[in-house]
Design a protein around this ligand. Structure first.
Ligand code: TRP
Ligand code: ZN
Length: 316
């Protein structure tokens, strides 16, 4: 879906063109100091949903889940990795052991940018064993994947270095992301200027929650939703309940989006966001019904575009 925020670069270009036609100099038209940040592309929600269809098929073919230590997890990782490799990312698979089974994180670096200033976006790719884990957390995983593919399609060359991550064994206590952070040298930790987390962003009865951790990151997301005319609330359902906690605990600025899990939507929330009051944001949270049917396309579309917006904005 097209977002109003992304109209800025186009508007600036139009002003520049008019100024030139009127006989102004190029310097008048586009002073370097006011050159707008390149606008993030609109992520096609059909592409994000196509990734979810793949993750659903992987679960179906592997005993109905994509849980840590199960075949469906590794198959999920192989799918995401193949797409990233084909798009020109430098991918790394990091192995760890949890509960006696091998787990995997997938890290994808986009070549270029200042490697002393790294912006990361990540999501957990594992699910619980009860179901296919499409909202939790195929949704975040698919949006982060599509954002990375959009970076490649756009040939985006941000000032900062971009790194994307898909974590293993989040459902066992953020095991993969904690392993990653623990194994970074202090020098490499200090280079990470921001970590953005996306865990459950297509809930069927959605809310629009923005993590209230780092103020600059929070503002980036809030400005985006303001541009769409959508109210947000600070994320309070699970401070520390997802992989951003691993980064926050070592002092890295964090932010992210969340559309709600097993808490009930209040009447006030239904009034501003629509949906059903008195019902959970996601009635299929950690259940067998967390399938491709358990996704609100509008929430997935808006949040997906917000992922791309923040990645572009914070890395420029
Ligand atoms: N992390 C939880 C899970 O994967 C879901 C969750 C609950 C959550 N509250 C949250 C995620 C708040 C992010 C923010 O099961
Ligand atoms: Zn989750």
């Amino acid at each position: 879906m097209k977002l109003s925020v992304s109209g800025r670069a186009t508007a600036a270009a139009a002003v520049a063109a008019v100024t030139l036609l009127a006989g102004g100099s190029i310097a008048d038209a586009a002073p370097a100091s006011r050159t707008p940040v390149a606008a993030a592309p609109d992520l096609p929600v059909a592409n994000i949903k196509a990734h979810l269809t793949q993750l659903q098929s992987i679960a179906t073919a592997n005993g109905g889940n994509r849980a840590h230590g199960r075949a469906g997890y590794k198959a999920s990782l192989d799918y995401v990795k193949a797409r990233l490799d084909a798009a020109g990312f430098t991918t790394t698979v990091q192995q760890f052991t949890s509960s006696g089974r091998t787990g995997y994180n997938l890290i994808a670096d986009w070549p270029g940018g200042d490697t002393n200033q790294v912006i990361m976006a990540g999501s957990h790719l594992d699910g619980v064993s009860a179901g296919p884990g499409i909202n939790d957390n195929g949704s975040g995983s698919a949006a982060v994947l599509e954002t990375a593919l959009a970076v490649s399609r756009a040939g985006y060359h941000p000032a900062k270095h971009l790194r994307f991550a898909w974590w293993g064994a989040e459902e066992l206590g953020m095991v993969g992301s904690r392993y990653y952070v623990r194994n970074l040298s202090s020098a490499n930790r200090a280079k990470i200027k921001g970590y953005l987390n996306f865990d459950m962003i297509g809930s069927p009865n959605p809310g629009y929650f923005v993590y209230d951790d780092d103020p600059a990151i929070e503002k980036t997301f809030k400005d985006y939703f303001t541009g769409l005319g959508i109210a947000t609330e600070p994320e309070t359902e699970g401070d520390g309940r997802s992989d951003h906690a691993s980064f926050k605990n070592v002092g890295i600025p964090v932010g992210g989006l969340f559309s709600g899990a097993d808490y009930l939507k209040t009447a006030a929330q239904a009034a501003k966001w629509g949906g059903t009051a008195g019902r959970a944001f996601d009635r299929c949270y950690h259940s067998s019904c967390d399938t491709t049917a358990n996704i609100n396309d509008t929430a997935l579309d808006r949040n997906g575009d917000a992922v791309a917006h923040a990645v572009w904005q914070l890395s420029s």
